[in-house]
Design a protein around this ligand. Sequence first.
Ligand SMILES: Nc1ncnc2c1ncn2[C@@H]1O[C@H](COP(=O)(O)OP(=O)(O)OP(=O)(O)O)[C@@H](O)[C@H]1O
Ligand SMILES: [Mg+2]
Length: 373
Amino acid sequence: MEIKNLTLYNFRNYENQKISFESGLNLLCGSNGQGKTNILEAVNFLLTGKSYRVKQENELILWGQKNFYLHAACQVQDRLISLESYYEPGKKVMKINKVACRRLSDYVGTVNAVFFSPDDLSIIKKGPNERRRFLDVLISQIKPSHVSLLNSYYKIIKQKNNLLKNEKNLNSLKSQIEVWNEQLLDVGSRIIINRGEFTEKLNDLCQKIFKNIFFPTFNINLTYYSLGKKDISQALDSFPNMLESRLATEIERKTVVIGPHRDDLLIDLNGKSAKLFASQGQQRSAVLCLKLGEMEIILKEKGDYPILLLDDVLSELDEYRRRFLIEYIDNSVKQTLITMTDLDKKLIGKENAVFQVINGTIRRENNVSSLRK
Ligand SMILES: Nc1ncnc2c1ncn2[C@@H]1O[C@H](COP(=O)(O)OP(=O)(O)OP(=O)(O)O)[C@@H](O)[C@H]1O
Ligand SMILES: [Mg+2]
């Protein structure tokens, strides 16, 4: 998959900008605060229908303006696909080949991207929420039905929570909860199965990537930890009983305590929690490894490489790992957009497209040698 060109109107610090990208490596260079990350955010928004940075889409509109518009022409195998996003407060339109999509699940996964941002370190460092989100985004790209499952699941949780908070009559509460629990069990189990299955696939791929690219003597291991168990079939078998046995706790705490909304993805390095024991560089490498694993899964499932979006990744790695990463990308990935403040001189001389980003404008730098100091 490739993005051929991108148009931005009133998006972040871009007023009106069109960019043509190339196959292979596209290097977006510029000083801090010029608009490099904003470009990746625009591509990611077009491909996923969401911003990874903000919940309020108003924040994406160029200050002082009322709306934004994005367009991309993409190639997926031999098909050309046009993606459009228009947003104004209260109205959001996403189009594929000029046809508006009613649901996000109709849109997501048409053109795939894998995005690495320095913020993704939170997948390792923060709580289970971030790790569940990472898995759910990956699964949704391949199985759009996962988006609908999640929507249904969180509606059930909301309804059940409302009931636990507001229903005063204990008998009525118990009989209503029984109905919600049936649905929770059905939808929740399907979410657990999806997450378990994808964790297994991801684990196989990540183990190879981590050894080959990052730390030859280290072993990364991923386990989906569901309902307090490391074994998915055990978790699924015990799910109905757990819902029953934790009912008293739920009534006491007035909140749903059992279900995949509390699950986690365990990430270990050489048998020890990456969150607690890995170094900064190892944590960064582990996150990057998860993203490259995500990319390989999409390749396997879709028969085509997703577009790789790497924000500020090189400055975070030492020379050795940087070299392996670039070699890996060069040899396999179809198209990568990568941001950097200082142009990596080792990347000059190859047939890479270099762009200079200056204060919300972007310019193709044909004469690459002029960037050498
Ligand atoms: N809605 C908006 N309207 C106008 N400008 C915005 C908006 N949102 C963010 N900006 C500005 O966009 C600029 C560029 O941001 P961006 O994150 O893309 O920079 P960057 O080139 O990636 O910098 P760095 O190297 O520091 O990561 C910032 O100065 C920011 O203030
Ligand atoms: Mg940036």
